[in-house]
Design a protein. Structure first.
Lengths: 111, 117
């Protein structure tokens, strides 16, 4: 079983619509959770950290469910520029520097 | 934020040759760097942890004699793919230990797309 699993998509989203997707992780002792964005095989860039209480950053909302071991990302009012691959990233408790990546969820926002 | 610079961004080499990829920390001292590899449609997989002044730590299944890592200074870590073969074609990317930036965000180099022909 993969340590971090994501629906690869693609999620085809009309501009202005809302899209949401999840990520599951296998290590219940995982410490930190993030969503990164990756464009066209460029380097990943941090979109937002995910906190236990859930957090929002503009049009992006992230949720963490420790009991079910999943995190989610919701994008409201989708823009064309939101088209990218969104990587779910988990940091295990026992390994500060090492990150575990999901394979990514592709989002395609269409006009 | 911390800046990590990686070169080259793209390289094409012949099978059997070696390729060196550099990862530099521009505004901080990176005692630890991480090297990842990403195949198409797959996740980034940690290959090794590069430690300044000591031997790198390799993940299971990664050949240390094939992927040579040198971290001789606090600002430079290099990954050399020796005797490259087409199956080594991939996207290689480094990142700096996030603790060094005072936060939890990992900073990545721009990545190197290696194509072995």
């Amino acid at each position: 079983r993969k340590e971090v699993e994501q629906d690869p998509g693609p999620f085809n989203v009309p501009e202005g619509a809302t899209v949401a997707f999840n990520c599951t992780y296998s290590n219940s002792a995982s410490q930190s959770f993030f969503w990164y964005r990756q464009d066209c095989r460029k380097e990943p860039k941090l979109l937002m950290s995910v906190y236990s209480s859930g957090n929002e950053d503009g049009r992006f909302t992230a949720q963490l469910n420790r009991a079910s071991q999943y995190i989610s990302l919701l994008i409201r009012d989708s823009k064309l520029s939101d088209s990218a691959t969104y990587l779910c990233v988990v940091r295990p408790t026992d390994s500060w520097g090492k990150l575990q990546f999901g394979a990514g969820t592709q989002v395609v926002v269409t006009p | 934020g911390a800046v990590v610079s990686q070169h080259p961004s793209r390289v094409i080499c012949k099978s059997g040759t070696s390729v060196k990829i550099e990862c530099r920390s521009l505004d901080f001292q990176a005692t630890t760097m991480f090297w990842y590899r990403q195949f198409p449609k797959q996740s980034l997989m940690l290959m090794a942890t590069s430690n300044e002044g000591s031997k790198a730590t390799y993940e299971q299944g990664v050949e240390k004699d094939k992927f040579l890592i040198n971290h001789a200074s606090l600002t430079l870590s290099t990954l050399t793919v020796t005797s490259a073969h087409p199956e080594d074609s991939s996207f290689y990317i480094c990142s700096a230990d996030p603790r060094l930036s005072g936060g939890i965000e990992a900073f990545f180099g721009q990545g190197t797309r290696l194509t072995v022909v």
